[in-house]
Ligand binder design. Structure first.
Ligand SMILES: C[S@@+](CC[C@H](N)C(=O)[O-])C[C@H]1O[C@@H](n2cnc3c(N)ncnc32)[C@H](O)[C@@H]1O
Length: 273
């Protein structure tokens, strides 16, 4: 597939037959497809053009609830690739809190490979769903406190590892050309973060939806942020997850840290002075 001209691949993606076929693929098969797109796009010389092609591909796919790539994903993928590249000179590793089924974790690992950085990518998740909600989380998505919201139980470190294991032996694999050290650490953050975070963090991706989770991420993560490092909040702007903004305001405002909009990520975050 990666040897086909890119325009022809995109035309294929528009066809109904292919759309039906995509819906039957497993997560790993979809991951493989995305990886092939990356490898193929890699052949293009200019970075903007490369990501435009990926954006087009993402736009065409619309693969349903278990989708690896949906229409709003392309902005984030582009953002991660760009942001990780900009952190070359910043001390420390890359940390994601809230791995889920590994979509953004894969972006981070592939971005490190693409930019040939010497940074480890850490992924923290319970791999067993959310902790109990608090009163700060209650809104349109979370209806009651003291119970874990539904979702995100169908994942595991093995499932995430399979994305990369599958790609490693393939010809032209980005991560074979530049092996990336990554770690998946299971457990709820209040237990898993204290002993397992790296000493310095260049990029902290907070994607855990909830107040207690974001509080734990910020409490343990902010003191380890390197100067020039970046924290990205996946849900700061999301009304259905009100606990994220509350936690950010409680922890960051007193420290004088200003939340700003990261245009290419389409997300809010912090830049550490
Ligand atoms: C929205 S999903 C992450 C999606 C993923 N970053 C992506 O973009 O593909 C949120 C994840 O955070 C995890 N999570 C939330 N709170 C947590 C906590 N306190 N400790 C461990 N994991 C937590 C959930 O298990 C879930 O997998």
């Amino acid at each position: 597939m990666s040897s086909l001209p890119y325009r022809a691949v995109l035309r294929l993606f528009k066809s109904n037959f292919l759309q039906r076929w995509l819906k039957r693929l497993s997560f790993t098969e979809r991951a493989d497809l995305l990886i092939k797109f990356w490898r193929s796009a890699e052949r293009h010389q200019d970075v903007e053009g490369r990501f435009k092609l990926i954006q087009e591909a993402f736009n065409r796919q619309r693969m349903g609830t278990l989708s690896l790539v949906s229409s709003n994903e392309y902005g984030r993928a582009y953002g991660f690739f760009d942001l990780v590249g900009s952190l070359r000179g910043v001390e420390g590793d890359i940390v994601e809190c809230g791995v889920g089924r590994g979509i953004s974790f894969a972006y981070l690992v592939y971005a490190v490979a693409l930019h040939k950085l010497d940074k480890t990518v850490y992924g923290f998740d319970s791999f067993a769903g959310f902790p109990p909600a608090t009163a700060q989380d209650v809104g349109s998505r979370v209806k009651e406190a003291n119970r874990p919201p539904e979702g995100w139980t169908e994942t595991s470190p093995a499932m995430i590892k399979a994305i990369f294991d599958h790609d490693l032996p393939l010809r032209d694999s980005l991560i074979a050309a530049h092996p990336v050290n990554y770690k998946l650490i299971p457990g709820f953050f209040d237990q898993s973060l204290p002993g397992n975070l790296p000493p310095k963090i260049a990029l902290l991706h907070a994607d855990a939806d909830m107040y207690p989770s974001t509080m734990a991420i910020l409490t343990h993560g902010i003191p380890r942020m390197a100067s020039g490092g970046v924290v990205i909040f996946d849900e700061y702007h999301e009304e259905r997850w009100p606990g994220v903004r509350k936690a950010v305001e409680e922890v960051c405002v007193p420290k004088g840290l200003q939340v700003e909009y990261f245009e290419k990520m389409r997300r809010y975050g912090l830049r550490i002075p």
